[in-house]
Design a binder for this molecule. Structure first.
Ligand code: G6P
Length: 368
């Protein structure tokens, strides 16, 4: 029957809470004991992947943000150079295709006009082959690609994408490990990541239980007109996605910056009217991020920090800290997406917007 909201007030909230289940579904049958099963990408995947020397990754909207995260993973764990581009730009470029390039599209719907046009454009170029990571079986993108990996998020009704994004990230980590395996990734590193993936649905569930605390934080945004999201490394795209969610459903103007760029412009905007949201997992960039946050505080900006429980960031006047369970550093971008989804959701509810159907936006953009 028709999708139902069940006990939830909005589809978006229901879909946020489905994430432990759909991430587990995205992993189902695709993990071996100590590695990812390359055949998850189809019987031809192993041969095709063996020839991959670089990747062009093309998508729109939230799917593009997933691609930006994957670049960090593919470089670090599979040693593959990656270009990521929005489809509407890619399709009109005189793109140069080096030998051994795999063309990857990411799309929830599989029907986004620009992404589909980019695939059709790529088919006439000298690519090694194409892979679609998609949520809709039988969609145009799936039908027209050489290889496919379904994200298994189930129907997503809320226009602002949530579970489709985190399952795309999960699928992209599988791609990273599949390529890593064929490119000499340290087997222990791969085994560690596979184990971490198995624990991911449980961690996601724990983060969802922080919802009341996130709802409490959201009240600070009711009267705000702007917000700045900061992240470093693979969390820069997570900051971009956080800003997109806030814009889409609460209509608050939000920007995201890599925290290291703060001094090159956005710091000029920081005052007591500019809330600054940051994700601070426990990684090698933490100390640098901390000093960026001090600069914001010194200008009176109110800080909202989502931080690893082990990081030791103190709650103080103007600094709100929400602690997340410790997670394998590679999977932190997936986990840290959740509080940003919930924050936007609660701000939108507070502002009384049409959360599932934000003004002027469509679930799927099938015309250029
Ligand atoms: C629209 C939707 C977004 C989505 C984007 C790309 O803008 O509102 O949520 O991220 O299209 O859609 P796709 O189906 O290709 O992932």
């Amino acid at each position: 029957g028709a999708a139902s909201k069940g006990e939830y007030r909005h589809f978006m909230l229901k879909e946020i809470h489905e994430q432990p289940t759909v991430i587990a579904a995205a992993l189902e049958g695709r993990l071996g004991d100590r590695n990812v099963l390359v055949e998850s990408f189809g019987p031809e995947a192993e041969t095709l992947f063996a020839g991959v020397r670089q990747i062009h990754l093309v998508a729109c909207g939230t799917s593009y943000h997933a691609g930006l995260v994957a670049r960090y993973w593919l470089e670090r764990y599979a040693g593959v150079p990656v270009q990521v581009e929005v489809a509407s730009e890619y399709r009109y470029r005189r793109v140069v295709v080096p030998e051994g390039t795999l063309f990857v599209t990411l799309s929830q719907s599989g029907e986004t006009a620009d992404t589909l046009a980019a695939l059709r454009f790529a088919r006439d170029r000298d690519y090694l082959g194409s892979l679609a990571i998609c949520n809709v079986p039988g969609s145009s993108l799936v039908r027209e690609s050489d290889l496919t990996l379904m994200t298994r998020a189930g129907p997503e009704i809320g226009v602002a994408s949530t579970k489709a994004f985190t399952t795309q990230l999960t699928a992209l980590m599988l791609l990273t490990l599949a390529l890593g395996r064929l490119r000499g990734q340290d087997p222990d590193e791969q085994a560690g990541l596979v184990e971490a993936l198995r624990g991911l649905p449980g961690l996601v569930r724990r983060v969802l239980s922080l919802d009341p605390a996130i709802e409490a934080l959201s009240t600070a945004f009711g009267e705000k007109h702007h917000a700045l999201f900061l992240g470093r490394g693979a969390h820069f795209p997570i900051a971009l996605e956080g800003a997109l969610k806030l814009k889409e459903i609460s209509y608050i103007h939000a920007e995201a910056y890599p925290a290291g760029e703060l001094k090159h412009g956005p710091l000029a905007l920081v005052d007591s009217e500019m809330p600054v949201i940051s994700v601070a997992p426990n990684d090698e960039l933490l100390d640098k991020l901390k000093s960026n946050l001090q600069e914001v505080r010194a200008r009176g900006g109110e800080l909202f920090v989502f931080a690893d429980a082990e990081v030791g960031l103190a709650e103080e006047e103007g600094v709100h800290v929400l602690r997340l369970p410790h997670v394998h550093e590679a999977l932190a971008p997936i986990l840290y997406t959740l509080p940003l989804q919930l924050l936007s959701y609660h701000v939108a509810v507070l502002k009384g917007t049409d959360v599932d159907q934000p003004r002027n936006l469509a679930k799927s953009v099938t015309v250029e």
